[in-house]
Each structure stands twice: as C-alpha cells, then as structure tokens.
Design a protein around this ligand. Structure first.
Ligand code: ADP
Length: 263
C-alpha cells in the first residue's frame, strides 16, 4: 500500500493520525499476506495426495487388473493418501473454527485429565508415558474438551519425534504447570520461534513420513489462546523437547493456597 505522507512533528495531531493509519495498513497487509500464504500452502498440501491418487488410478487402469502386486500397491497408496487428505481437512476445519472465549470456569483435577488423555494415547500407540504428579493438582479451565485436545496434540508430537519414554509432570508452582518431556530429536534453535506457525515443519521430508502437516502446534496455540493458558517450548537438538502449559496463576483452589501461605 502507499504510505500516507507524514509531515510535521509527532506532536502534530494530523501526523499522529497518519502514523496510526500507516501502522494499521501495515498490519492489514501483513495479515493479508499471511492469509494468502495459508491458502497457497493448504492448496499445495491438498494437491499432493490428489496427484498421488490420480497417478495410481491411471496405473491401475493400465496394468493393475492383470498385475496383482500393482493392484495391491495402488489400492494401499490410494487409501493412505485418502486418509492423509481427511486428516488435513479435519485440521483445517479445526483451525477455521473461530476462537470462542468462554467465561465460565470449572474446577478440574489436572491429574485426572492427564490420565484420561494418556490412556487414549496408550490405546493407539505402544509407548511408555510416565505421569509424575501428586494428587490432586487443581486448577480452573473454561473447556475440558479443548484442554484434552491441546494435550493430545502435544503428547502426539512427543511420540512422533522421539522413541524413548515420554514424561508428563503436573505441578503447582504458584501457577499450575503441565510439562511434557520427550528425549527425541529436538528442534534446532533457529526453528523454535517458527514451530507455532501454520504449515511450518522443521524437516518436510521427515514430517511427511510421520504424517504431519505442520498444523498441530498452530492449532495448539489457538487452543491455548482460547483457554487463556501459555505455551512454552524448550528444546535441544538430539536431546529432546519440553513443552509447558502454564495456567493463569490467579486461581487458588477454594482458598487452599492462601490458607497454606497464611499458616
Ligand atoms: P506436525 O504435524 O508436522 O508435527 P506441528 O505443528 O505439530 O506439525 O509441529 C511443527 C514442527 O515442529 C514439526 O514438523 C516438527 O518438526 C517440530 N516439532 C514439534 N514437536 C516436536 C517435538 N516434540 N520434538 C521435535 N520436533 C518437534
């Protein structure tokens, strides 16, 4: 966009308005570019499986009927790519949902929620999850389903990018904190500030093998914003990653904290 010419000193009201306008237009433009990038990335990611499906369908048409091996391979590839597309569309729909802020808080025991989420992970994957927490760890949240979804994304990443055990800690240190620690490949320093961006992947080739589109953490960030919790990520390449969910510290479980402090 064309910047408004801003003259006069910054005390000048008109100059200030001009500056505000320029700032607003800059933000809008940035937003628009991001949106364009998002659509282009999404289209590209959707086109890739379609291309594979198309190629296999043509191959099946030409030779598949006579060659059982080609038929099996082709059908398996078509099914796998269809699943990938379904997963991508599901994530895009989640991202497109408008962030709703609910105000009503419910008190929850984080340990219960972790046990349930870890239980669901264990049912699908043969991995060791160690939960370390003294019962109960109480906090308040606006949406238990969203909290579970957030935990699921972070646990799933820990699983995808490591092979060893995954440690989950729930504790109260002023604020309630959940930490998910893996001893996997870690994230290079220069990538750490980008991992919450939509479609960002450290290693595209590797990520495609594990089935990721680079949307998990973007969705996690959106969920965290709506739950009004903070996400912090620490990682060292080849050593592993710890991601923390920090709850707002102004909750005290029925005055428990206060009475302890007072004693
Ligand atoms: P994906 O669906 O590809 O896993 P995410 O948005 O969840 O996408 O994560 C973005 C990128 O951050 C991943 O592609 C991966 O490179 C990196 N990443 C996320 N979590 C971890 C982790 N626990 N260990 C190592 N790398 C990770």
């Amino acid at each position: 966009f064309e910047k408004l010419p801003v003259t006069g000193d910054s005390q000048d009201e008109l100059a200030q308005m001009g500056n505000t306008f320029n700032e607003m237009m800059g933000l809008l433009e940035e937003n628009y570019t991001k949106q364009e990038e998002f659509v282009s990335n999404a289209s590209h990611e959707l086109k890739t499986p379609l291309t594979v499906i198309g190629s296999y369908a043509r191959l099946l048409e030409r030779q598949g009927m006579e060659d059982e091996k080609i038929a099996e391979e082709g059908l398996a590839a078509i099914q796998a790519e269809t699943e990938r597309m379904k997963a991508l569309i599901e994530q895009l729909l989640h991202l497109a949902r408008r962030t709703e802020y609910q105000t009503e808080m419910v008190q929850v025991n984080i340990v219960r929620i972790l046990e349930e989420t870890i239980g669901a992970m264990k049912a699908s994957y043969d991995r060791e999850f160690l939960l370390e927490a003294e019962e109960p760890v109480l906090t308040e949240t606006t949406d238990i389903a969203k909290l579970k979804q957030l935990l699921y994304i972070l646990l799933d990443n820990a699983r995808k990018y490591s092979e060893d055990r995954i440690e989950v800690v729930a504790k109260k240190e002023g604020a309630t904190v959940i930490q998910i620690r893996d001893y996997g490949i870690g994230i290079p320093k220069q990538s750490l500030s980008h991992v919450f961006e939509r479609f960002y992947r450290v290693d595209k080739a590797r990520s495609r093998e594990t089935g990721g589109f680079g949307l998990g953490l973007a969705l996690a960030k959106q969920l965290a914003d709506s739950l009004e919790v903070t996400l912090e990520i620490e990682s060292v390449e080849q050593l592993g990653t710890t991601i923390s969910i920090i709850f707002s510290s102004n909750f005290n479980a029925g005055g428990l904290e206060l009475s302890q402090e007072g004693s």
